[in-house]
Design a binder for this molecule. Structure first.
Ligand code: MN
Length: 228
């Protein structure tokens, strides 16, 4: 299953697309699992989930080392199911939404938790906390033609072999289809967009030298290290 658009950098490994998957934008949901919303001190609710974006340069690939970023002392992992858009569309109907997905991958939304807490308190945007180069490690993208649509199964993250996050995709408050329908009301989706769908409970800080492994049933796992 080959994508037919120009592979402008960065190009991310995909399991059956030799040219890779050209990343355009990262579109991210927050608080999409009730247990994670609770650990962050928020009530679970089904309307108006937090939404934020990251630059394409946020993406790193399998086995890349992540430099520990400046201006934080609390850099957290958040394992997430990522849907990769292959078919553009605006105001997409929820019933048609999954047909816009080219594939799925395991991703991690790295977050400066201390800056996010400050932003929440001040009522200001989350960009300092969320965005930046090398803040979104991504595993190989598996095409829907190979793995089907991923909507149930375990989602886990291990830090130096210790299990930290142990969720179930079925816990997602907004399904991938509802997320695509909602985002595309505001922004037309384009080929190369990556949708990060939120994280289950168990988020925590990384340290220099940590080895992270993230897994979702049915997808290639993601591994990366935090630079010493
Ligand atoms: Mn997240």
């Amino acid at each position: 299953m080959e994508l037919v658009f120009d592979p402008t950098p960065p190009v991310i490994a995909a399991t059956t697309n030799e040219r890779g998957f050209p990343v355009r934008r990262l579109l991210c949901l927050g608080r999409n699992y009730a247990d994670h919303a609770a650990e962050m001190g928020h009530a679970a609710q089904a309307e108006e989930l937090p939404f934020f974006t990251k630059w394409a340069e946020a993406v790193t690939q399998q086995d890349e080392e992540l430099p520990y970023p400046p201006e934080t002392e609390s850099w957290h992992f958040e394992v997430e199911l990522v849907a990769a858009i292959g078919e553009p569309g605006a105001a997409i109907k929820e019933a048609d939404a999954l047909s816009h997905i080219w594939g799925y991958a395991v991703g991690v939304d790295m977050t400066r938790r201390d800056l996010q807490a400050k932003a929440k308190k001040a009522g200001t945007p989350w960009d300092w906390a969320k965005n930046g180069a090398a803040t979104a490690p991504l595993g190989p993208i598996a095409p829907v033609s190979e793995v089907g649509h991923i909507d149930t199964g375990a989602i886990r993250l291990f830090q130096n072999d210790a299990l930290r996050q142990d969720g179930e995709l079925g816990q997602m408050i907004w399904s991938v289809g509802r997320t695509i329908a909602y985002i595309s009301r505001f922004f037309p989706l384009e080929r190369g967009d990556l949708i990060f769908t939120g994280t289950p409970a168990g988020v925590g800080p990384v340290a220099r030298g940590d080895k992270i492994r993230a897994e979702i049933d049915g997808l290639p796992p993601l591994q990366f290290d935090i630079q010493r």
